[in-house]
Ligand binder design. Structure first.
Ligand code: PEP
Length: 248
């Protein structure tokens, strides 16, 4: 899977970029990977309508844990599904930092995604300080344990490992570092959910660009990418998709 997180970017005119993505996502590529675009909530319905009949799926960037109610400004997973989303990112580090989202809150959002029939893309990742202190594995392990609900499976969950210090900075971990964290995530998922969890996709995210994608995404236990900045332009996003060989 290659998933694009547009964050708080995109207006109606961005439809032109989605059209380019739809046109450029040729069948041979579509046979190898799932391509998901997560625009801001204001564009989900338009994007879902436009991508109907194509191989591109549309996702959301966050949801509320409840299905409905007095929560001004929030959107439920059911509403996102109704607008045409098939997946939702939960626990992105920007949500954790800007909105104080805890692992418990993220877990509740992932459960809400499942309740609405959405694929939950659950994000985990350490800060620069945590990496420098040598705490990456325990921190990511703790986030994983707290943020991933019981009954996670390949059909309802994708994990995204996104080192916070690599997001939007142009910095990336080494392949060895990526493999260490992804290997730990895989081991923990299998320990908790059984052998079937070896099919849960683990994406790498953080400054993935067309020119580093082949290197980062060939790492062991990397099943694709979550892409921020480079997902805004069809050429870059498709370039990353082409660089990803789809193997483990
Ligand atoms: C992200 O925020 O999910 C992300 C990976 O951003 P970027 O690709 O811009 O580093």
């Amino acid at each position: 899977m290659v998933a694009g997180n547009w964050k708080m970017n995109g207006l109606g005119a961005s439809m032109a970029e989605l059209e380019k993505m739809i046109q450029g996502f040729e069948p041979a590529l579509a046979a190898r990977l799932d391509l998901l675009v997560c625009p801001p909530a204001t564009l989900i319905a338009q994007f879902a309508w436009k991508s109907k009949g194509s191989k591109i799926a549309i996702g959301a960037q966050d949801c509320h844990a409840k299905a409905f109610g007095a929560h001004t400004g929030d959107l439920s997973a059911e509403m996102l599904r109704d607008a045409g989303a098939s997946a939702v990112i939960v626990g992105h580090s920007e949500r954790r930092a800007d909105h104080g989202e805890t692992d418990d809150a993220v877990r509740a959002k992932a459960e809400a995604a499942w309740r609405a029939g959405l694929l939950a893309i659950i994000c985990v990742g350490e800060t620069k300080t945590e990496r420098e202190a040598g705490d990456t594995l325990p921190i990511v392990g703790r986030q994983l344990k707290g943020s991933v609900p019981e009954k996670a499976s390949a059909a309802n969950t994708v994990i995204a490992y996104e080192p916070v210090w690599a997001i939007g900075t142009g910095l990336t971990p080494t392949v060895k570092d990526v493999e260490e964290v992804h290997g730990m995530i895989r081991k923990e998922l299998v320990k908790r959910f059984g052998e079937a969890a070896s099919a849960i996709r683990i994406l790498y995210g953080g400054s993935v660009k067309p020119d580093n994608a082949a290197t980062l995404l060939k790492a062991a236990d990397v099943d694709g990418a979550l892409v921020g900045g480079a997902s805004l332009k069809a050429g870059d996003f498709l370039g990353i998709s082409r660089a990803y060989s789809g193997g483990r």
